[in-house]
Design a protein around this ligand. Structure first.
Ligand SMILES: CC(C)(COP(=O)(O)OP(=O)(O)OC[C@H]1O[C@@H](n2cnc3c(N)ncnc32)[C@H](O)[C@@H]1OP(=O)(O)O)[C@@H](O)C(=O)NCCC(=O)NCCS
Length: 195
């Protein structure tokens, strides 16, 4: 059972480019655009995210975030991406792959957010579709999971369009907006059709 012991060597997050979006890992030079977009989208994002630490948009907190991302990439447990619009290269949102588990599971979790002014333009659907080959073909994982609140229609629609299947319902699964909330569980596996 060779695959059970497989350890994929250090794999930096690649730059992933399509006609619509470009995904790459964040650096300190992204701080100004990131904090501006997250700050301007605060009330749009807050109902769907864990409570933001009080200093979340500050430069030291961003630096700490980058250090955590770096550690996760080195340990091959997670890959963070910022999402830019192809053409004007504006930062539009973020996408993270986290909780990478090897062994018999070979799975990882997907999270994403879009700046309010860029939402509803198909950009995160394009970003999620673009990251799937990295997950299955480069990282050689078997399963990509995502969870969302049952009333998050945009997120549900996005996952369906990107080829995910609804698999379950987890009670009080994640602490979102300060409360343990029920979630729908979605996943795509490596041999599912890719849209
Ligand atoms: C969820 C989110 C990432 C989607 O990103 P996006 O770039 O706006 O998504 P897209 O434009 O690619 O696709 C969204 C789809 O949902 C649909 N949609 C949007 N709002 C909707 C609503 N209120 N009801 C039903 N469908 C909705 C869009 O019409 C689109 O589907 P379509 O192409 O068939 O028309 C973004 O809305 C967001 O960041 N929301 C707040 C934070 C959040 O929910 N994070 C995810 C937590 S799981």
């Amino acid at each position: 059972m060779e695959f059970l012991r497989s350890v994929v060597p250090f794999q930096p997050a690649p730059v992933i480019s399509t006609d619509t979006v470009i995904l790459r890992s964040p650096g300190m030079a992204d701080y100004a655009a990131w904090s501006e977009l997250r700050g301007a989208s605060r009330s749009f994002l807050m109902p769907w995210e864990p409570v933001w630490p009080i200093d979340d948009l500050t430069k030291p907190a961003f630096r700490r975030r980058l250090r955590r991302y770096q550690r996760e990439m080195q340990e091959a447990t997670g890959y963070p991406f910022l999402v830019f619009r192809t053409g004007d290269l504006n930062l539009v949102g973020g996408l993270t792959l986290s909780h990478i588990v090897r062994g018999v599971t070979q799975s990882c979790s997907l999270g994403y957010w879009m700046g309010e002014r860029y939402a509803g333009k198909g950009l995160m659907t394009a970003a999620v579709k673009a990251v799937i080959p990295f997950v299955f073909d480069t990282l050689k994982l078997h399963r990509l999971e995502a969870a969302c609140l049952p009333h998050n229609s945009a997120s549900i629609r996005l996952l369906e369009k990107a080829g995910f299947t609804r698999e379950g319902y987890a009670r009080r699964y994640l602490n979102i907006d300060g409360r343990w909330q029920d979630h729908l569980l979605f996943a795509i596996v490596s041999d599912d059709p890719r849209p």
